[in-house]
Write a protein of this length. Sequence first.
Length: 440
Amino acid sequence: MEKNTAQTGETAAIDEKSFLSLFQEELVTAMGCTEPAAVALAGAAARESLGALPDTVLIRASRDIIKNTMNVGIPNTPLKGITAAAALGIAIGNPAGGLNILSSLEKEQETAAARLTRSGTIKLELVKDVPPVFIEIRLGRGRKNITARIVDKHDRVEIFDTDKEITADQVKPADKTGLLTPEKIFAFVNTVKLEKIEFLIDAAEVNLNLAEHSVRVGYGIKVGKTMLSPDENEKDLFHLGASLAAAASDARMAGCSKPVIINSGSGNQGITVSVPVLVLARGLGKNRDETARALCLSQLIALMLTERKDRLSALCGVFTAAAGTGAGFVRILGGNDQAVIYCIRNMIGNLMGMICDGAKGSCALKIYTCVKAAELSARLAMAGNSIPDSEGILARRLEDTLNIVEKISHQGMIPLDETILEVMIEKENGPSPLKDRPYI
């Protein structure tokens, strides 16, 4: 049995401040998929600094950024792909909206973006040996050259002249593993005052509103809407939560112009850690304190696992987010910290191999699957059952298991990530009766 380390005094106060700051940094509003939004944001920032429309455009991006912009809808336009996202940002020319930059789009801006995309002015370059979240938009006009760069966080933009050298420190993500440990997370969740985390309920309601809108309208292949058909028994709160989370993803991946609160830079992950937990808490009549603490635990466990695997990788982020969902389920069901650890172990032992093949409509299927797996893991944990550490990749201590997740994600799955992108690009560039426009 793993024991929690109690925190008191100054250390606990420092951790509380750090966790609240982390929430402020991570739980931001985004419109549509965050990768195209980030590309558009970089394009807008570069255009604003250039002060005019460019003669040349070079997009330099990591494989995961390219992978996650190929097949996802962009809000308020039928345009798709990384070049279209960059062109839209350049046409907008104002980065003030952050990841909400695509929340409103004038017809003239869409027309200008489509013209720029078709012109052949935009070139794309795959950049290796950079963090998974890496975007550069290099604009040139005459002798003036401007670069907007995003590294590690989707909404953190740096502007500089194109000739500036990239240093190792500039592309090295900040390490939060010292803060995001199970012991510190448990101590914070158990002791923080309700008024400091009550906003998490409001954030979850934003995502639930998107889900309910999607069920009414129907988007993509309608995973959530289908699972909530009138013939289904909606009294099952776990089923209801999984279906609504899938519905929210249906809408988001189709380019629905409603906001979402993200986790780990991802709207799908933000939906996964919030909607099912809120649905279960409300269905069981939990008060705001119990609901907020369950959401707090879910959000932080997801961020902890993301810190180990990277924000974008060959490992599906919905799986790591759903480990947080399972932790939130355990909290709502009355489980202790040890049961939460059991639940996380069960999730890792079950779904560690789920791959990410880009942001797209079928992400909703993975969300439903992962939330149902979170239910299974939570129920097993509440019964005192955990996958034995003698099996597979699990270690005796959760910290050691997290180290294994990091090793597999970084060392084992990078070649897989490269292969996935290669397959996706070959499919897009090859002859196909379904291919109607280039994405990169």
